[in-house]
Design a protein around this ligand. Sequence first.
Ligand code: SF4
Length: 284
Amino acid sequence: MWDVPAHLVPIEGARRGVLRITRDASVAETLHSGMAREAAIGFTADVIHLPAIAQAELPPNLVPGLVRIAWDGGSPDGRIPELLRVGACLDLVPSDGALDALVECSEGGVMCRLVDLAAWTTAPEALASSLEHYLTSPRLEAPIEPWHSIARGIASRRPRDLSGTYDETLRRNYWLGEDGSVSLSERHAAGGLVFGRLEDGPEGWQQSPAWRALEARRRQPFLRRSTCAFCPHYLWCGAYAADDAGSPDPAWCGVWIPLFERLQEAADIAWAEAGEGEPEEYPG
Ligand code: SF4
């Protein structure tokens, strides 16, 4: 599975693409092929040859934090210097060792990102622990997503929902599968929401039922006046787990609302301690 860097696909407004290097690809060769300019690169921990990559001269345009490594949850085992050298961001799925890896890496200066939020939602205690670690660890050295984006949104009063944090914003992000199919993200592709094929181009994709369904999905909470439309956490959640009718999934909300409240509470305390007074109202 791989995505094509934006300069290879004439998508108006596209700024970067994501390239996932496969088990068979030469990582070093691909990194230096010029395709890695402003590209996010994903490796899986079992296939990368991290020491070799870390020792090689890196492409000058490689963006720190966008070398995404799908981590299996095991201990980084002394790899932190190499992860720092390549500007890695670890993508962590919930697993037995995920929290330990999260703590070790984020305190060692390596960015971490919780991926597959639906899966994390089924592990609510681990999810809450990751937030507490982000909020309270005195040794935290690197951001943890999605908490960091939400906290920055609260602090800057510039809301960014989970779709924005996870590169799932319609018209801005595209996912190109190995078979040439185009979708919004890997998650959407797996759910059957495919816009068409690469050769159809943006105009063709925007005519597809999947594109229209996703556009409608954004509007539904407000058209139908569902719970999401009145939810105080919509700015951060964006009805991430709402169905096609715009109705939220109670299991999702039951886990995430307390976490959004905890983040807001922490932000309010930080505001007060900084002597900033009450935060202003957010833009609608
Ligand atoms: S937390 Fe629940 S109700 Fe609030 S925006 Fe998200 S899905 Fe909708």
